[in-house]
Design a protein around this ligand. Structure first.
Ligand code: ZN
Length: 382
């Protein structure tokens, strides 16, 4: 049993670590070393890694498939290490930032849970730090996307910002005074599971009526397939396009047909957009940001989605007419936001003048001295 004093001491130490991270982040992007870093975005289907410079430009990118959920956490770590080592063959890498589709603890070292991976309380940062001789930063992918958009994309200049990513579900990130708000335990911003319809559609999370059951890529595809399965006259055009294969109806196809003016697809995007606006009004009531940035695959529909969202937001916003209204804009960095943001957050922990240090070390040591990223045993050796 730990004494009260020990517990209090630990809590104080932890609080001061969190404060240090927060204050470093708030202002230090201005003073972070202008060195290239690697950003990694680990999603449900693919892992994307890129070398990103201090202005957010991607110097090189590589990608691979996300290992099966059934594979051990080590397989995912091998994948990450291989991508970093590959990039470091051609670039001087000063730090690695990882945006993972999962819950990351407030210390940004442990992935508590990842729906698409085998990670359960996985100490990802330390596992990778043991293999790659550079500082590692781990964060939730929506947080890194919010940071990327704030620094280099549609969020520039808005220090109070909420990022909403509409993919298969809804991801969320909150920035306040230019700082990522992670909550006490690191899992703030899980907007997708706010209940908007009591006893509504069942959600894989176990509840009913979650926001992402009404405003996401999955919701869009579900509604289109339902209409197609009912052989509704409004679905005849899309059924023709997929030659009757209802399973072939996808979000990108619905967006494409909506752009061509297909009335059913336009309406489905309007519905998704209206639900988006309703949820955004709720978030405005709670968080009062200046700007909402909407990203993720569904945001490719642009005004077909965001137009209806703005209308619903204005109708729903509490205190409308007596408060400045937040703007709702489409994300600018597309699918790169999470990767670019992860790389930029990693820059805050990058070692300065690593190259100079290495040269000095190389001169001091034998010619064979090698301080580059070294794997401690390649895949399969451990
Ligand atoms: Zn849910």
């Amino acid at each position: 049993m730990s004494t009260y004093r020990e517990r209090a001491h630990r809590q104080t130490a932890r609080a001061s670590v969190l404060r240090a991270i927060a204050s470093r982040e708030r202002s230090s992007h201005l003073s972070a070393p202008r060195v290239p870093t690697v950003g990694i975005d680990i999603g449900g289907t693919k892992v994307m890694a890129g070398v990103v410079d201090a202005d957010g430009a991607i110097l090189e990118r590589v990608r691979t498939e996300t290992p099966e959920k059934s594979k051990s956490p080590k397989v995912v770590e091998d994948t990450i290490a291989e991508l970093v080592l590959d990039l470091s063959d051609r670039h001087d890498v000063h730090a690695v930032g990882i945006g993972a589709a999962g819950w990351v603890d407030a210390q940004r070292s442990t992935v508590l849970f990842a729906p698409h991976l085998a990670w359960r309380n996985e100490p990802l940062r330390d596992a990778l730090a043991a293999r790659l001789a550079v500082p590692i930063m781990v964060d939730n992918d929506a947080n890194t996307a919010a940071w990327g958009e704030w620094r280099f994309g549609a969020g520039r200049g808005a220090d109070h910002l909420v990022m909403i990513t509409l993919g298969t579900g809804i991801g969320g990130g909150i920035l306040e005074t230019g700082k990522v708000k992670r909550g006490a335990y690191g899992v703030a911003g899980e907007f997708g599971h706010m209940q908007v319809v009591p006893a509504g559609h069942r959600c894989p999370c176990g509840n009913r009526g979650c926001w992402e059951q009404y405003s996401s890529g999955n919701a869009l595809v579900r509604e289109a397939r339902e209409l197609a399965a009912a052989d509704s006259p409004v679905a005849h055009h899309i059924l023709e396009r997929v030659q009757g294969q209802i399973g072939d109806i996808t979000g990108p196809l619905i967006t494409e047909l909506a752009r061509e003016g297909d009335p059913m697809c336009v309406e489905l995007l309007q519905d998704i957009g209206r639900w988006l606006g309703v949820g955004i009004a709720n978030l405005a009531a709670a968080l009062d940001p200046a700007r909402f940035v909407v990203g993720g695959g569904v945001s490719d529909a642009d005004e077909l989605l965001i137009g209806p969202a703005r209308e619903a937001f204005r109708r729903q916003l509490t205190g409308r007419g007596y408060r400045p209204e937040a703007t709702i804009v489409r994300a600018a960095l597309g699918a790169d936001a999470g990767m670019v943001g992860a790389a930029d957050l990693a820059r805050l922990v990058a070692r300065r003048f690593r190259r100079a240090n290495r040269r000095r070390a190389e001169r001091a040591q034998s010619p064979a001295f090698e301080l580059r990223l070294t794997p401690r045993g390649r895949a399969g050796e451990r």
